[in-house]
Write a protein that binds this ligand. Structure first.
Ligand code: DX5
Ligand code: ZN
Length: 221
């Protein structure tokens, strides 16, 4: 039986009721709090920064899964470790010295993830996959919640799964963007381990129930 991790993206939370929404995730069957950091440079949008993440951390009881959509992420590795990030994911496209960045994240005591934009080929991870704890495949172009899922994602998951097995690596496969109960089973069948969901969870009438359904569908129950 599969055990899919669900990571609700707080980007879609009600920021006026952030504590309430973080506690909803605490009380749900979700596994991680997904935190999207955008700098307005790497992506055309700005989300939230350190004071807000500190506030989230103050209420969160599950691991913080931090997704950095920022240029030059090396500058903030120490800061995110202090903020209590469990997983720190940087974008392949934003790192000139990816190997060094990954080592620095691990040296700071966090799990290291690398995110790939929809146009970035899986084969580019040939030389780093064995060092990674997680690979995040973007199934939308990063920057905004509520976008349509890109169908080519399934092929990328299969290619990544093949790479991980061939290299005897252990990275988890996380999918981010346009995830819902419509595609969850197909994603886990292709090899996904972690599903991020923003709008589908927080715009639903009963988010607790929605998270439960997403997990059940993903696990084929
Ligand atoms: C997009 C972010 C996602 C976003 C997903 O750049 O990385 O985590 O919150 O939102 P939905 O699930 O609404 O596509
Ligand atoms: Zn994200």
């Amino acid at each position: 039986m599969q055990k899919t991790k669900i990571a609700p993206s707080l980007l879609a939370a009600d920021f006026g009721n952030l504590q309430r929404d973080v506690e909803m995730v605490n009380n749900s069957v979700a596994d991680w709090h997904h935190i999207d950091v955008m700098d307005g440079v790497f992506v055309p949008n700005i989300s939230y920064g350190m004071p807000v993440i500190k506030a989230i951390q103050g209420h969160a009881t599950k691991p913080l899964d931090v997704h950095l959509m920022i240029i030059d992420p090396d500058r903030y590795i120490g800061t995110f470790a202090e903020l209590g990030a469990t997983v720190l994911t940087v974008h392949y496209e934003a790192c000139t010295h990816l190997h060094r960045t990954v080592q620095a994240i691990k040296a700071a005591g966090m799990k290291a993830g690398v995110a790939l934009n929809p146009h970035t080929n899986i084969s580019l991870l040939e030389d780093t996959i064995s060092d990674l704890d997680l690979v995040l495949i973007m199934s939308v172009n990063p920057g905004f919640g509520g976008q349509s899922f890109i169908e080519n994602t399934y092929e990328k998951i299969k290619a990544l799964k093949e790479l991980i097995q061939r290299k005897n690596a252990s990275a988890l496969i996380e999918i981010d963007g346009g995830v819902s109960t419509e595609n969850a089973k197909k994603l886990t069948d292709a090899g996904a381990d972690v599903l991020v969901a923003g709008s589908f969870v927080f715009k639903s009438e009963k988010p607790l129930q929605t998270i439960l359904e997403l997990k059940s569908v993903a696990d084929g129950k």
